[in-house]
Write a protein that binds this ligand. Sequence first.
Ligand SMILES: Cc1ncc(COP(=O)(O)O)c(C=O)c1O
Length: 496
Amino acid sequence: MKAPPAETLGAFTDNDLSPEDFRRAGHAVVDWIADYYAHPERQRVLPDVLPGQLVDKLPSGAPQQGAAQEEILADFERLVAPHLVHWNHPGFMAYFAAGGSRPGVLAEALSAAVNNVGLLWYSSPALAELEEVTTRWLAVAMGLPVEWFGMIHDSASIATLHAVIAARELAAAKARESGAELDLNRIVMYTSEQAHSSVEKAMSALGRGAEACRKIRCDDRYAMRPGGLERAIARDRSAGLSPIAITATVGTTASTGVDPVPEIADIAAENGLWLHVDAAYAGAAAILPEMRRHFAGCERADSFVINPHKWLFVQMDCSVFYTARPECLRSALSLTPEYLRSSTSRAPQAQRSGQDARAVNYMEHSIALGRRFRALKLWFVLRSFGTEHLSKVLREHVRLARLLADWVAEAPDFELLAPVDFSLVCLRYRPTGASEAETDAANERLLRAVNATGEFFLSHAKLEGRYTIRVAIGNISTTEAHVSRLWELLRSLADR
Ligand SMILES: Cc1ncc(COP(=O)(O)O)c(C=O)c1O
């Protein structure tokens, strides 16, 4: 191969940054991050920018000549940072928080440095075994069955897709046992009308239209009605369809509603259906003993998902998926290409020692082959804070949500639109004498006005057709002072 011109490699060692330059630039990056974390409120939580502004500031092609790290970091600060949404800001109360924490940053840096790729146990024993350990630690902390198989995906949407794939596999195996063939064009599943869109998407991804995901009506607490579920299953069976699964939610996206999992688990058992529990946001609360009642029956699920990147201060992306039936995933997804077979899915040293059965090859349980070392940040966060401190922070968030809910309940021109079971408050301004349409419009204006201050970022949902302002408390640095300031703003900006 022809050697590259000497000047191209001038600043580099082994084609990469020299160790000295890396150290210097690394220190500058850590300093930037430390300052950023020390003063999150210096920035507007939502940038005041328009689409295309960043694109217009950047060249249309990649540079031919490399630049110094100092220059790139300065451009990051000058050009990129003004377009950031500050998910780490204590005033970020939109969607669900995904703010991470400082130990999570350190772990991500190490994970990027070692850049391990989880294919087989052999391709990174550290990744595979830390994933096994951390998912077990989390199961124990949450009171979930310790023998469940745990693995870490990027998102709850992908975790739920895996649940539906496993459910289809189980249904196909049961059909074969009874001498029949599962007609994939006739499979249906069930969830509530308040479930996250990822459930419906999973069914679409399997080639069934979204209508094959039946959305069962909820009660006035936004929880699935088990009677409606039973009737829908019976109706579908008599129409010759094949029910395969139910997804129950603990902590729905719009209002944190909790489906009655014990009753739903009975229905799943009676009908031989896979039960998946989506606790992507609220699952973290299961580490609090006083919150366990919301998770009753979850131990009977076939699969369960919780996102530590939502409310457990782990950096995006970290979605922990559990299943009591890993063999269904393996039977659906264990296609080992030859090049991975030749390096042996069980490592030679493991075979020699007779320990090969202990080697977990996560690729056999997932669509993704190469997987990031996500367990490292979960390990750092669990070790840095311990479950005691994590519990303290979550408990405080729940207290802050209840405090805001109390203020709302006492205010004559505001109202709550859903029970506050976790750390989300669904509220709206209720101007006297206003129609529903006028009330919706007033709340849309109010949300825009609050977000325009740059102090807070709130999002909305529709509950029973009513426009609802969602205040999702979940950032590690949010305090009572922030919640009190938000309440002051909500009242002062209403109907401006
Ligand atoms: C209850 C619930 N499930 C699933 C999801 C999807 O999560 P992800 O973005 O990890 O796919 C969300 C997102 O907020 C959610 O609230």
